[in-house]
Design a protein around this ligand. Structure first.
Ligand SMILES: C[S@@+](CC[C@H](N)C(=O)[O-])C[C@H]1O[C@@H](n2cnc3c(N)ncnc32)[C@H](O)[C@@H]1O
Length: 246
């Protein structure tokens, strides 16, 4: 309890969350990738690769990455989809701008693009995508069930969806170390490399408020996703949930 009092609460009220999140990511866009790599000891890209493996995008299909940020998922998806189309959607334009060079080749060949849009109201018709990925996004949205239903709506029958998110390790000792790292050290890494301690204080606090993996799996099922399962990685600090639209 004493520890909780020493950490200022930076979580916004629900009605201000979307604007708060957009402003925050616009502020940290340029340093976002650098902080991610350092903060996760380079594991974030490995986890994204696992997400892409889990959805196994068809070679000439269409894939959507929701809350794409700087677009780290798009080149990974494109590896699987030599003749396919990859689209990243996000409501923070500066994040996508910061990642433009990553998808320059894909854009030039007409196989990849960023689209500005809201995860709660995806700007795509029903039954459009063969694969859907989303990473470190759901804890930032104001309405997780709606985001899950929107992904389901735009997925084609037979499509797979995979979601990468933070979790809290179950082992008490690892949980204690993780909490120390996440709540005390990560904000300093964010301040030093990303120039924004507040944003990287929001990160552990939003993670704490996020539903645990079993609850998220239940939310996915309630949104229509079937064959839902998840696996933990990074000593239980992240979870990858997978579901199918049958
Ligand atoms: C932590 S970043 C993750 C970026 C990327 N998926 C990755 O793996 O690095 C969260 C992203 O979700 C986006 N986001 C949050 N809520 C959103 C919403 N309602 N609609 C669209 N994008 C949203 C933010 O703008 C931000 O770029």
């Amino acid at each position: 309890m004493a520890e909780e009092r020493t950490i200022t609460n930076v979580l916004p009220p629900p009605e201000e969350k979307a604007a708060y999140v957009e402003r925050m990511f616009a502020r940290i866009a340029r340093g976002y990738d650098r902080v991610n790599r350092v903060m996760t000891f380079g594991l974030d890209q490995t986890w994204r690769r696992k997400v892409v493996e889990a959805v196994a995008p068809p070679i000439n299909g269409r894939a959507l990455d929701v809350g794409t940020g700087t677009g780290d998922f798009l080149p990974e998806l494109a590896v699987w989809m030599r003749n396919g189309i990859v689209i990243g959607v996000d409501f923070t334009v500066p994040m996508m701008r910061a990642g433009q060079s990553k998808i320059a080749d894909l854009t030039a060949s007409g196989r990849g693009m960023f689209v500005a849009g809201d995860a709660l109201q995806l700007p795509f018709p029903d039954n459009t995508f063969d694969s859907i990925t989303t990473g470190f996004v759901l804890r930032n949205v104001t309405d997780i069930p709606t985001a899950l239903r929107e992904m389901y709506r735009v997925a084609r029958p037979g499509a797979m969806m995979a979601c990468l998110e933070v979790a809290r390790p179950r082992n008490p000792l690892i949980r204690w170390g993780h909490r120390l790292y996440f709540e005390q050290i990560v904000p300093w890494i964010g301040a030093l490399l990303g120039g924004d301690r507040r944003a990287y204080t929001y990160l552990p606090q939003s993670a704490r408020a996020f539903p645990p993996p079993d609850e998220l799996a239940a939310m996915m099922r309630a949104a229509g996703w079937q064959h839902v399962s998840y696996r933990l990685y990074g000593l239980g600090a992240v979870a990858i949930h997978v579901g199918a639209k049958v």
